[in-house]
Design a protein around this ligand. Structure first.
Ligand code: ADP
Ligand code: G6P
Length: 468
């Protein structure tokens, strides 16, 4: 293998994702966040920390003009990045990736919109990623691409002569055939995915949907390991992503302080907690609404419970996201106006990101982890909540049936976020659950979360990818 630090040497292992973990510098004018937030970064950063190679992604900056590849060899893996042309930011990132693929893959056909020029930008940016990737990796090296932004890079890399293994992991759901085929370029996207050697998903259901689409639209035949198409084998696998539990389990002195402050502010009231990127797939409006409904149906809980919703800004210049933010703010105001008292606010809402220690403190202090996406590829917040609970006095995880994590976290109360009254009932059940039952449900979940680390996930995927 070539030395991983030399920018002119080609790496034997390359990871590609649109997002990199480090937030763009203030000079790039993109954001003031210290780190990027999201499941992809939370999972990939620890999984790759000791692996070497190069991680290629978008710098976070926007600049017209020449395409320059910046390589920073001081981190592991080395980071390589380039700026987006402003038009790519609008058409590729805000456009095709986040207004077409994101909604349709999450099952929101009403929110998906299609625009020919955005599709062209998607094809172009995938080609640019492929070009940069080909420059960085040895021709026979292993390439691991991530997520819906990069579905077309494999074909483009093969066309440039790359001969090594090419893998794709999709961090979001894969939709049913009926939805997938409504995308005007569904066949091209599917062919792009079928150009990889291995395609990985969080759950069996997403993998099955993909195989079904391949059979129906690309005339592939299902095999025991994936599909056979045009005389090639494409392996399809299920690799549920996990978290590094230790930093959430080990509560340090600073975190203890945060918990004490929070508890003083709660003055004996129970805490129901939501933590998400501000995204309509997370079901934040539905969750708040069900909390309000619970207060209506169960007035005995008034004044005895507070909900805290932490929402981190995300994709804020995409109109659906700006609209979602307004909807949340309006609803918080309504619930507090209708149910609040001078001495008690039912809902607290903060629009910001927190560091890991602060998140751990919030999770630990919360009696209910209220994790109710309408649809979510995995949802790592649910796993972080489990890891942060004290084993002898754990809180209750109230989890949407439509999160990938529901397949693994069997001790959660599974709820349907489309059913307001049902969710209100489940919330009361969570608040009233006796300690014995809470412990019995939590212990096996914690075991599972501890075992299923990002390293285990990456090892499993890469082992399969490199087994030829
Ligand atoms: P998604 O990938 O859709 O954002 P996940 O639940 O899988 O959803 O991952 C979200 C990640 O972002 C988690 O690791 C979580 O800790 C982090 N996160 C979410 N909200 C915040 C916040 N307000 N501040 C800091 N980190 C956050
Ligand atoms: C989800 C997606 C990731 C994405 C993250 C944050 O986890 O699967 O690909 O990085 O959200 O979104 P952003 O648009 O900020 O990268």
């Amino acid at each position: 293998p070539l030395p991983r630090t030399a920018p002119d040497a080609r790496a034997s292992f390359l990871v590609i994702s649109n997002r990199l973990p480090d937030a763009p510098s203030a000079a790039a004018g993109e954001s003031e966040r210290a780190r990027n937030v999201g499941g992809l970064v939370s999972g990939l950063a620890p999984a790759l920390a000791a692996r070497g190679g190069v991680w290629l992604g978008w710098s976070g900056g926007r600049r017209p003009g020449a395409l320059e590849l910046a390589v920073d060899a001081s981190s592991t893996p080395a980071r390589a990045s380039f700026d987006f042309h402003p038009e790519w930011h609008t058409r590729f990132y805000n456009g095709f990736a986040n207004r077409s693929l994101w909604p349709i893959f999450h099952g929101f056909p009403g929110r998906a919109r299609y625009d020919e020029s955005e599709w062209r930008a998607y094809v172009e940016v995938n080609d640019v990623f492929a070009e940069m990737a080909t420059r960085l990796v040895a021709p026979g090296g292993t390439v691991w691409a991530h997520d819906y932004h990069l579905l077309l890079v494999a074909a483009s890399m093969r066309a440039r002569g790359h001969s090594g293994p090419l893998g794709l992991f999709l961090h979001i759901p894969f939709p049913a055939l009926d939805l997938f085929e409504t995308i005007p370029w569904s066949r091209a996207l599917l062919d792009g995915m079928l150009a990889f050697d291995l395609v990985g998903f969080h759950t069996r259901r997403y993998a099955q949907s993909f195989v079904r689409c391949a059979e129906e639209l690309a005339r592939a035949t299902a095999t025991s390991s994936g599909v056979r198409v045009d005389g090639r084998e494409v392996r399809v696998g299920v690799f549920p992503l996990g978290i590094d539990a230790a930093p959430f389990e080990e509560i340090d002195a600073a975190t203890e302080g945060e918990i004490a402050e929070l508890q003083a502010a709660l003055r004996g009231r129970r805490l129901v907690l939501g933590v998400d990127r501000l995204d309509y797939t997370k079901g934040i409006v539905e969750r708040l609404d069900a909390f309000g409904r619970m207060l209506e149906l169960h007035p005995e809980w008034r004044g005895r419970v507070s909900m805290l919703q932490v929402a981190v800004p995300s994709r804020a210049d995409v109109p659906e996201y700006a609209e979602q933010r307004r909807a949340i703010e309006t609803l918080v105001g309504r619930i507090n106006g209708e149910h609040g008292e001078a001495h008690w606010m039912p809902v607290r809402y903060v629009y910001r990101s927190y560091g890991r220690g602060q998140l751990a403190a919030l999770y630990r202090a919360a009696d209910v982890g209220y994790v109710t996406p309408l649809r979510d590829g995995m949802n790592l917040v649910a796993k972080e909540y489990v890891a942060a609970q004290h084993p002898t006095s754990p809180g209750v995880l109230l989890l949407s049936r439509f999160a990938g994590a529901a397949d693994e976290l069997e001790g959660a109360i599974l709820t349907n976020p489309h059913d307001r009254d049902g969710m209100a009932r489940d919330l009361v059940r969570a608040l009233e659950m006796p300690a014995e039952e809470r412990i019995a449900r939590h212990a096996p979940m914690l075991e599972r979360v501890r075992r299923s680390t990002p390293e285990v996930w990456a090892d499993a995927f890469l082992h399969e990818l490199e087994r030829r």
